[in-house]
Write a protein that binds this ligand. Structure first.
Ligand code: ASP
Length: 582
């Protein structure tokens, strides 16, 4: 090896040892007669010292020809440092250098490669290999690695077996959009990249593997949104001979294990909350339950008093924000602008100040008496000193806007404690959602999810009413994973496709392989998948998943380092039988 030690391991007890280190020049301090270089590698920093008297003049000259990010090899003796640096583990020693070899010079890096950098995100992504030399970036990938190993440890010990499933699969119209890959040898035909290994893991259950997992790349060609990656990683799992409670116990165990191993945090048991309750109280199926501020419907208290906006609304919903009755006009205007932003999409915001003296001042005083507003306050469980905020409109977008406003107010009141983790299972989702635009049902989870046992016959009679035997894990408002007990019976699977508007032939041509397999002794089974990148970000205490992916794409789905997506040559297109529209 080119080195005897790494840059993070030498201590006082190594004094007098002759050592050889390799690494990158992080910093040079040249005081003329004395010069220091901080040498960095993955393990840490070690200080090299060159001083007149001990260091030959040519060596000093040679050291002076290096610069930031040069790769060098340094030979020398470990010495006790004159003044310690308590901030780094090697801070009590330094290396009195006898010789250096420049292994490779470096151009001046485009940003400072230290914990605090001056590089903006675009620049850091363009030079991601340099960004990854920085300790915080490196530590994120180390955390990812540990999380992967601990996941495997937990699942292996429960007899799960890791099996790879194919990456080139078949495109299906359900779910998100597929990334497709043209087949050169089969003109006009395409593979698709998997959105998840769903059908394969179910087939593995038919094969009798019983307990499967895979830490696996999945691909979804969805519309761009902040912090969404077209390729991402899941911990994908499936089990046979289980019911919902077995899955819940097994995978609550996994999440608790990971929090304990990685962060030393003991998570409480995860309570169950129904989808209906989550939507009613929080306006979303991924509620942040670290704080209350529950939503309350105001329809009956607010409608029929001549205020058209409310009277015409499908839903009037409000929250009571503790101690904010003193909000100024300016603050309220700013909040109104906030809810009107396109990301939130509300048309306006109605406020009621419930003053500490018990009086009311609202933006709708023209339409409502103090008595009316008192009723609102009662419904919203507001107390004197609170600010009541009310939104209205069609149900879906109003609930969305209100859930966002609730979070925003929670943030402003410092109620989102990053040290607190509140996990829960959301259960009893609807099996299907009606899409008005295309006039058909869509599976809320995916078409392989089983209805509740009691709702089985609704598949034929009233599919919109059936509840799914599905479950999501939510922590602090983030959906970490989800899954379901599956259909394992051909007839029920056929009914499901029928309810989703598939003809018999369409169902057979797209999913015949799975339904055929169900006719050869498919065991009852169910599973779950966790968003691995998101889990890393949560355990790393960060918001962005990008920081935990070695080479991520940006918000436009581009890898700006390798510059892709990119055009391909005409000959390549011809070979693939693809004609571009000119
Ligand atoms: N395949 C599903 C997903 O990716 C998870 C599951 O049902 O296991 O969301």
């Amino acid at each position: 090896m080119l080195r005897t030690h790494n840059c993070g391991e030498l201590r006082l007890q190594d004094v007098d040892k002759q050592v050889t280190l390799c690494g990158w020049v992080q910093r040079i301090r040249d005081k003329g007669g004395i010069m220091w270089i901080d040498l960095r590698d993955r393990y840490g920093l070690t200080q090299l010292i060159f001083k007149e008297g001990s260091t030959p003049e040519e060596l000093l000259e040679k050291a002076r020809t290096t610069g930031r990010e040069y790769v060098i090899q340094a030979l020398g003796k470990v010495e006790k440092r004159f003044s310690n640096n308590p901030k780094i583990p090697t801070g009590e020693i330094e290396i009195l250098v006898k010789d250096i070899n420049i292994l490779n010079p470096s151009k001046v890096p485009p940003f400072i490669i230290e914990d605090e950098t001056d590089g903006g995100e675009e620049l850091r992504m363009k030079y991601r290999y340099l960004d990854l030399r920085r300790t915080p970036s490196r530590q994120n990938l180390e955390l990812r690695h540990r999380l992967m190993q601990e996941t495997r440890l937990y699942l292996n010990q429960l007899d799960f077996i890791e099996i790879e499933t194919p990456i080139l699969i078949k495109s299906t119209p359900e779910g998100a959009r597929d990334f497709v890959v043209p087949s050169r040898v089969n003109p006009g035909e395409f593979y698709a990249l998997p959105q998840s290994p769903q059908t394969f893991k179910q087939l593995l259950m038919v094969s009798g593997f019983d307990r499967y997992y895979q830490i696996v790349k999945c691909f979804r060609d969805e519309d761009l949104r902040a912090d969404r990656q077209p390729e991402f990683t899941q911990i994908d799992c499936e089990m046979s001979f289980v019911e919902r409670e077995d899955i819940i116990r097994t995978f609550e165990g996994l999440i608790k294990f990971l929090f304990k191993q990685i962060r030393g945090i003991e998570l409480p048991d995860f309570p169950l909350m129904s989808f209906d309750e989550a939507v009613k109280d929080y306006g979303t199926d991924k509620p942040d339950t670290r704080f209350e501020m529950k939503l309350k419907h105001l329809d009956s208290a607010a409608q029929g008093k001549g205020f058209k906006v409310f009277d015409q609304a499908e839903l009037v919903v409000g929250i009571s924000v503790k101690g904010c009755a003193e909000y100024s006009r300016k603050q309220l205007d700013e909040l109104t602008d906030w809810v009107k932003r396109p990301q939130i999409g509300a048309k306006g915001l109605v406020y009621v100040k419930y003053n500490s003296d018990g009086s009311f001042k609202s933006s709708v005083d023209k339409f409502y008496t103090s008595e009316d507003l008192k009723t609102w306050a009662k419904e919203l469980e507001g107390k004197p000193g609170d600010l009541l905020l009310v939104l209205s409109g069609d149900k879906e977008s109003t609930l969305f806007a209100m859930s966002e406003l609730r979070l925003e107010m929670g943030k402003r009141l410092n109620l989102l404690d990053p040290k607190v983790f509140e996990p829960l299972w959301i259960v009893d989702f609807p099996l299907m959602e009606w899409d008005d635009k295309v006039q058909r049902f869509f599976a809320m989870h995916h078409p392989f999810t089983s209805p509740h046992k009691e709702d089985m016959n609704l598949l034929e009679t009233d599919p919109g009413k059936a509840r799914a035997n599905a479950y999501d894990v939510v922590i602090n408002g983030v959906e970490l994973g989800g899954g379901s007990i599956r259909i394992h019976d051909r007839t029920i699977q056929e009914q499901m496709f029928k309810a989703l508007g598939f003809s018999k032939e369409e169902a057979q041509s797209q999913f015949g392989f799975l339904m055929n397999a169900f006719e050869y002794g498919a065991p009852p089974h169910g599973g779950i998948a966790f968003g691995f990148d998101r889990l890393c970000a949560m355990l790393g205490g960060a918001d962005s998943i990008r920081e935990f992916i070695a080479f991520p794409k940006n918000n436009s789905g581009r890898d700006i380092m390798i510059d892709t997506p990119s055009p391909i040559h005409r000959e390549q297109l011809d070979e693939l039988h693809i004609k571009l529209k000119s």
